[in-house]
Write a protein that binds this ligand. Structure first.
Ligand code: ARG
Length: 579
């Protein structure tokens, strides 16, 4: 809708320019916003205020000229001037109703991508396999998953890449420990955190062990078979822990999406040679670096991307350069999104720039770091267990489900055990995910069980419950939500407002995809649920005054239900028919 209004304004501008009212050569960015208060129309533009000066006119006078020059459009019922010179557009309710009727029978709910479809690589989760996955990787996993789903729904081809940390010196220590305790490997590895700590303890206590660990790193790097076997076994076990979590979190990641750091090992010497050949390398204290003038340290000297250490070892950035080249050349990506902690922002800015200079990526490829803030405890301090350790993801999810179980049981003591468990899982896991997704991606966020499990406010329980209210209407009716179609009429204010918001689903998803910000979808769904509530209160559905009104309201309810369900699914939340 906004696009078509922009288009109308564009045509009016062309006309006014041809008539000499506006000077030639103006190319303003035409802004059209949704209005908050529907008595002021549905959309507003400040274009007359923007162009008043170059036109040498008062904003309200120019606004009037624009209204006169606007081509007629059946979707718009009227345009008014407001305040200092805003143009307020009122949608034609019959046209709006007609659009929603079409959406109701469309499997994609009328959603189309407003820009051409792309091949998008989503770099997400990417834990370090040496340790157990902890809460720090939760945000990347959940946010990356939601954005990937939205892009797919919009029609992009999404290629997920789990760039796990499966290489590095800490593996020497782990392999030495695995070698020492071959029999207990399976059992001990069931608790990776424990295993890591035990290995570290041995490393600190025994010089012989530490020597063996260093030797193993060297043999591993030299491609020794036995070492590689141990290493592969270790990663396999560690990855299976991750996969269990992905499944439990209802995240669309599979073992096929894993392409770890080690996958690029063979290409690293070539990356360095290429940089050399392109004249981009300099040496600094024996290390090979790409200096980027636009990045400076506190003293004003250019900062380096170090690609090879003095001892010959390669670095995190070298691997990322190789990965970018692979994503460009092999995966043919148009766009690559990195869901990684905000603290790595500088690393990505510099690595992207180095890759561009070296032409490791094709010119049009978009590289975007989708950084996120730190997850803190309810007290605002970094999230830790009571004794100061890192919080394991498994423990966190267990607690969430347990709390949800208690909560749901207290509200609904008659539910049988199996159903209670199912609901507790959807609510508990959903709450953890939704709390994260609904916050601004780049801000730090406070993890708080009480708030995320509340049935009030912008939470998973609230939205899941809103959906069950819609489905209960259809249960009473004895009809499926998918069997509802036909004519919609919008009479009351609640119907109009709900309908206008329903029509914004596609626009919302396009914004989420463009910005990589799922909280926009959360706010939309929260708003929609609230509008449905007031519609439900003011506009009786099953007891409506006549059959035509009843059918129309059922259709609005069905579309609300479908939109909520689809929206929650795109966020990776499981919906329930009752709770
Ligand atoms: N393994 C890294 C970490 O946990 C994240 C990797 C992100 N992806 C990338 N291409 N660098 O910090």
């Amino acid at each position: 809708m906004k696009d078509s209004i922009r288009h109308l304004i564009q045509q009016a501008l062309i006309r006014l320019t041809a008539e000499g009212v506006l000077p030639e050569g103006l190319t303003p960015a035409i802004q059209v916003e949704n209005t908050r208060d529907k008595t002021h129309g549905d959309f507003a533009s400040n274009i007359a205020m923007m162009l008043a000066k170059p036109a040498g006119m008062k904003p309200r006078d120019l606004a009037q000229k624009l209204i006169d020059a606007l081509p007629a459009d059946t979707a718009i019922s009227k345009v008014e001037i407001a305040g200092p010179g805003f143009l307020n557009f009122f949608q034609n309710s019959a046209a709006l109703a007609g659009r929603l009727e079409a959406v109701l029978t469309d499997s994609r709910l009328g959603v189309r991508k407003t820009t051409p479809a792309q091949r998008v690589v989503v770099d997400l989760s990417s834990p370090n396999l040496a340790k157990e996955m902890h809460v720090g990787h939760l945000r990347s996993t959940i946010i990356g998953d939601a954005v990937g789903r939205v892009l797919e729904f919009l029609g992009d081809t999404v290629i997920r890449q789990n760039h796990v940390g499966d290489w590095g010196t800490q593996f020497g220590m782990l392999l030495a420990y695995l070698e020492e305790n071959p029999a207990s490997a399976e059992t001990e590895l069931s608790d990776l955190e424990q295993f890591y700590r035990a290995a570290k303890q041995r490393f600190d206590d025994s010089a012989a062990f530490a020597d063996r660990a260093r030797e193993l790193v060297v043999s591993l790097q030299a491609g020794n078979d036995e070492c590689l076997r141990l290493w592969a076994r270790f990663n396999e076990i560690s990855l299976s822990h991750c996969q269990k979590l992905y499944d439990r979190l209802n995240v669309k990641l599979t073992p096929n999406d894993v392409k770890g750091e080690s996958a690029y090992n063979a290409e690293l010497p070539q990356i360095v040679d290429d940089l050399q050949a392109k004249g981009l390398l300099s040496e600094s204290d024996g290390a090979k670096c790409v200096f980027l003038d636009e990045f400076k340290n506190a003293e004003g000297n250019p900062l380096p991307v170090i690609v090879q250490k003095a001892g010959g070892g390669y670095l995190y950035a070298t691997t990322d350069l190789a990965a970018m080249r692979y994503r460009s050349q092999q995966l043919k990506a148009d766009r690559v999104l990195y869901f990684v902690d905000q603290r790595q922002a500088l690393h990505f800015q510099m690595a992207f720039e180095a890759a561009r200079r070296a032409h490791f990526v094709h010119d049009g490829m978009q590289l975007e770091h989708m950084g996120f803030g730190t997850m803190n405890g309810a007290d605002g301090r970094p999230f830790k267990t009571r004794d100061g350790g890192t919080v394991k993801l498994v423990d966190l999810l267990d607690e969430a489900e347990q709390r949800a179980y208690t909560l749901v049981k207290s509200k609904n003591p008659d539910l049988d055990e199996a159903e209670l468990r199912t609901i507790a899982r959807a609510v508990g896991i959903g709450a953890v995910k939704y709390a994260d997704l609904s916050k601004h991606r780049t801000s730090d966020y406070r993890f708080n069980f009480e708030l995320m499990l509340s049935f009030e406010g912008n939470t998973a329980p609230y939205l899941l419950y809103a959906y069950t209210r819609v489905s209960s209407v259809f249960r009473k009716l004895g009809k499926g939500i998918d069997e509802i179609a036909g004519h919609i009429q919008l009479d009351t204010e609640q119907e109009l407002t709900l309908a206008a918001r329903l029509a914004q689903f596609g626009e919302t998803l396009n914004n989420v995809g463009e910005k990589g910000e799922p909280h926009l979808l959360c706010s939309y769904l929260y708003d929609l649920a609230g509008l449905f509530s007031s519609f439900y209160e003011h506009c009786p559905i099953l007891t409506a005054e006549n059959e035509a009104v009843k059918q129309s309201r059922l259709r609005l309810a069905a579309l609300t239900g479908k939109t909520l369900k689809q929206g929650l699914e795109l966020l990776g939340l499981e919906t329930l028919e009752r709770m």
